[in-house]
Design a protein around this ligand. Structure first.
Ligand code: B12
Length: 813
């Protein structure tokens, strides 16, 4: 039976762990497991056969890490083709030779696709398209070898999952299963909740989605309901056998087969339809799981999903209360934005984005269309940059299908697509994009004959669009209709017609509506006043979303008041909070809009530089640093009173799980940009004093603090040899010997890397030379520094300078 058909017939079983099984059979640390497809064919096939014999419907080839970065076919290394072909051979042999009472009649072979081991931009260095190409190489070979499904698994970042799914779709028509890893916080490492993950992957039309690896089955159960609620495909439940524990020097896992099977039963009750096991599970776990669940019926897979869009970390639902779509990033009628686009002034655009977010927008419209710029390139760039600083989902707004496709491709999440309309040509170019990448399509009620004058005429276009979208497999919940607001100054019935269309579309078609509300007041005085009343009327008629100016007080007041008056704001809490903050709110909006020119501390406890770092705005951070310097603020005061406190705030947010790695990275970049301005004005000391080595220890890549120490030492005339970050002890000792250095400064920021600092000190001592070691970094204390044998603990950069003066120049501190 075709695997897609088989998925509809009931529970489906995958395999269990592979790596831990290979280790049991002698795979050595550091050895690439995929090479065993060639060197230990029998072992690999045996393990896979055991899974089929335990009752697995589908087993994966041993290709988790098979990509051309690892297998390049050069210098005696295997080629990717050799590895994948051998892997597929093993699993097919296992499929064909499995015997026993539990062996399933229909058995499938999969290709296993794990993460590439490198983070995608902006988190890491890898381009999204590079990841897509790498995945394609592996998948195309597996497709040639007859894989029945593609198992994308153990992904920590849904953006990488997206790259793998797109690769799969573009080079084969094999069904795709996609699993992510969720940690204790119930989210992926990059901050995607199960709701966001399932919404994005359902939009990408995978054939099954779920969770694997992560923690034990007990913890993983917590994410199953949200995955089920937001998926229109079966949910995969593939946990580890608990957590690893060491018993007499051997690593084992703490959940036994029977307990594992009980959790599988719970998982099915909560919505899982596909079961398997990850690290530490064995054929015995799978067998017990199959026996315990084989008579269960999975919950029905949802045929329609609620209308939602997402960024990488935030989901916005439509239909519950009117969603606010910020309109500020659209050059129409905006001189400054046009200028910013012409000059590629990202700082201006990003300021608008975070300003709109602060002002209460739920979604940001992004339109960068100007005749004199390359819209495709700019839309991609602006989308990437905004996604790096704002967590809000975006509405990609362009009439150029190639620009739309390019932006949808690199968009992290499920976007709003603005827009399609009833013209055949437009539907034929926009709907395929929504079908491929997922998205909520804004559908304008106009067609080849223009905008109908009557509500019924616009409604009829909407009906045609629903039908046409269905031909592309797009559900009506992924459409949102814009019945077009026209200027009431030109046509007295304009507003009424639009409002009537909203009602018709809502009541008769059961679809969502959205409106660019401000057009209605075109040509009239005091536009915000009349626009906000129209907005209120439209909300009363059922409007689900508005493209509006979140900096407009009348518009925001209309929204908050409507929510309170229509019973969508329990105890009027939202209204009260809004009203109480009104004067301050207006003030803060002014601050975000104004060109930075003041170093004054704002009310929220941080200076503009502080907020720029917290928000991860590099260009702004650099600008604000220049302002502070121009105001005569001392360089070290900028570091100590602005840069470090901002990083501390982000760090504590990270600890509390309110800030995720992407934001941490952006803030680190912003801090570096600020510090670059500071160090540029620190006077160059031309006198070359004694040499000092500085390094962040092995395994630690935090170097902002170390760089500050380096800059200050240089400033005081020391000849600093900066070895950088992630430095192993040998590099330090070699450098000491090579340059006859008498002082080494070591930095470590994590509890896990402090032992590397101890190792480095040991290695320095083993040289038996006259070398002092000074250590620092946020996790260290004076006591700990003494314990690991350091000569000095420096709490800040200045203490390092004083110590260097003491030991190298004989100055008394
Ligand atoms: C920025 C940052 C990052 C950036 C680093 C960018 C870079 N190029 O440095 C990025 C995003 C890459 C990052 C990654 C990670 N980070 Co981080 N990060 C931070 C953060 C927010 C700020 C660190 C910082 O730069 N502070 C400002 C500088 C100026 O302070 P400082 O380094 O302490 O330096 C001063 C003094 O200590 C002293 N000093 C420093 N070095 C030296 C050396 C000598 C010789 C002397 C005398 C003095 C001295 O002088 C400096 C100036 O006054 C901290 C939280 C925090 N508040 O510390 C977390 C933090 C350090 N990170 C943390 C973690 C867990 C990680 C990751 C593992 C996250 C992940 N899941 O991937 C990775 C680790 C990667 C790795 N292998 O190293 C944890 C560590 C927890 C722990 N106790 O072990 C922290 C504490 C956050 C948290 N609360 O959870 N991180």
């Amino acid at each position: 039976m075709d695997i897609k058909e088989r998925l509809k017939t009931g529970l489906f079983y995958l395999d269990g762990a592979f790596g831990s099984e290979l280790q049991r059979r002698g795979l050595k640390p550091g050895e690439l497991p995929e090479t065993w497809n060639i060197t230990h064919k029998e072992d690999v096939t045996d393990i896979q056969r055991a899974y089929y014999e335990a009752g697995s419907n589908a087993v994966c080839a041993n290709t988790f890490g098979a990509n051309s970065m690892k297998f390049d076919g050069k210098n005696g290394n295997y080629s990717l083709r050799e590895i994948v072909e051998a892997a597929m051979d093993c699993v097919k042999t296992a499929r064909d030779t499995a015997k026993g009472s539990l062996v399933q009649e229909d058995r499938y072979v999969g290709i296993d696709i794990g993460p590439l081991g490198k983070l995608l931009k902006p988190l890491g260095d890898m381009e999204f398209e590079t990841a897509v190409s790498l995945f394609k190489e592996t998948i195309s070979i597996a497709a040639e070898c007859g894989a029945d499904y593609i198992m994308v698994e153990t992904m920590n970042d849904i953006f990488e999952s997206k790259a793998a799914v797109i690769a799969a779709k573009e080079c084969s028509d094999i069904p795709v299963f996609a699993c992510n890893v969720f940690d204790e916080s119930g989210k992926t490492m990059t901050g995607s909740s199960p709701e966001v993950t399932a919404t994005v992957l359902s939009g990408l039309k995978v054939n099954a989605l779920g969770a694997n690896c992560s923690l034990g089955p007990d913890k993983m159960l917590e994410v199953v309901p949200a995955l089920y609620e937001n998926s229109d495909v079966p949910v995969i439940f593939m946990p580890n056998a608990g957590l690893p524990v060491t018993k007499e020097g051997v690593t084992c896992y703490d959940i036994d087969e029977d307990t594992f099977a009980k959790y599988a039963v719970n998982a099915v009750e909560q919505g899982a339809g596909i079961l398997g096991g990850c690290c530490g599970t064995t054929p015995e776990h799978i067998k017990k799981m199959v026996l315990a669940t084989k008579d269960l019926k999975p919950l029905p897979v949802k045929d329609t999903l609620k209308s939602k869009i997402t960024s990488g970390s935030v989901a916005v639902s439509f239909g519950e209360r009117p969603v606010l779509i910020g309109e500020r990033i659209n050059p129409t009628g905006k001189k400054k934005l046009k200028e910013a686009l012409r000059n590629s002034d990202m700082s201006y655009i990003l300021n608008e984005a975070v300003g709109e977010e602060d002002a209460g927008a739920d979604v940001l419209d992004v339109n960068v269309g100007l005749p004199e710029i390359d819209e495709k390139e700019m839309l991609v760039r602006v989308t990437k940059e905004i996604q790096a600083v704002s967590t809000l989902p975006l509405q990609l707004d362009t009439s150029d299908p190639s620009a739309m496709e390019a932006a949808l491709r690199i968009y992290n999440g499920k976007a709003m697509i603005n827009s399609a309309n009833g013209k055949e040509e437009v539907m034929n170019s926009v709907f395929p994009l929504a079908a491929k990448y997922g998205g909520l399509v804004v559908c304008l009620t106009l067609d080849e004959n223009g905008i109908p004058e009557t509500a019924i005429g616009r409604y009829e276009i909407a009906c045609r669009m629903v039908k046409k979208a269905a031909e592309f497999g797009i559900s009506k919940n992924d459409l949102i209709f814009d019945p077009l607001a026209m200027a009431v100054s030109a046509d007295a019935n304009a507003a009424r017609t639009t409002l009537d269309t909203i009602k018709l579309i809502k009541e008769k078609l059961g679809c969502l509506t959205s409106l660019g509300v401000s057009n209605v007041s075109f040509g009239l005085p005091e536009r915000p006043v009349i626009t906000s009343i129209f907005f209120t009327m439209a909300m009363e008629d059922g409007l689900d979303a508005a493209i509006m100016n979140p900096f407009s007080e009348p518009m925001m007041t209309a929204h908050k008041s409507f929510l309170a008056l229509s019973g969508k704001d329990t105890n009027c809490m939202g209204y009260i909070e809004y009203a109480n903050a009104l004067p301050e709110k207006t003030a803060s909006v002014t601050v975000t809009k104004e060109v930075p020119g003041t170093a004054a501390m704002s009310d929220n406890g941080g200076s503009p530089l502080y907020s720029a770092i917290v928000r991860g705005l590099s260009t702004k951070a650099a600008e604000e640093t220049k302002v502070l310097l121009k105001d005569g603020i001392d360089t070290m005061a900028i570091v100590n009173d602005h840069i470090i406190p901002a990083l501390n705030e982000v760090g504590s947010g990270f600890e509390k799980k309110t800030v995720y790695l992407p934001q941490l990275l952006m803030s680190a970049d912003a801090a570096k940009a600020a510090f670059a301005e500071v160090s540029a004005v620190m006077p160059e000391n031309t006198v070359k004093g004694p040499k000092v080595i500085m390094a962040t220890v092995k395994g630690d890549i935090h170097d902002i603090g170390k760089n500050i120490v380096v800059a200050l030492l240089k400033n005081y005339g020391f000849d600093v040899i900066d070895l950088g970050k992630d430095v192993d002890p040998k590099t330090v000792t070699d450098t000491i010997e090579k340059f006859d250095v008498h002082l080494v400064g070591l930095s470590a920021l994590m509890t896990t890397t402090v032992p590397a600092m101890a190792d480095t000190i040991k290695a320095v001592r083993a040289l038996n030379r006259d070398v002092k070691v000074c250590v620092g970094g946020a996790v260290l204390t004076k006591e700990y520094a003494e314990m690991i044998g350091a000569d000095k603990y420096g709490a800040n950069a200045m203490e390092t300078v004083r110590y260097a003066e003491e030991v190298l120049l004989g100055k008394k501190s």
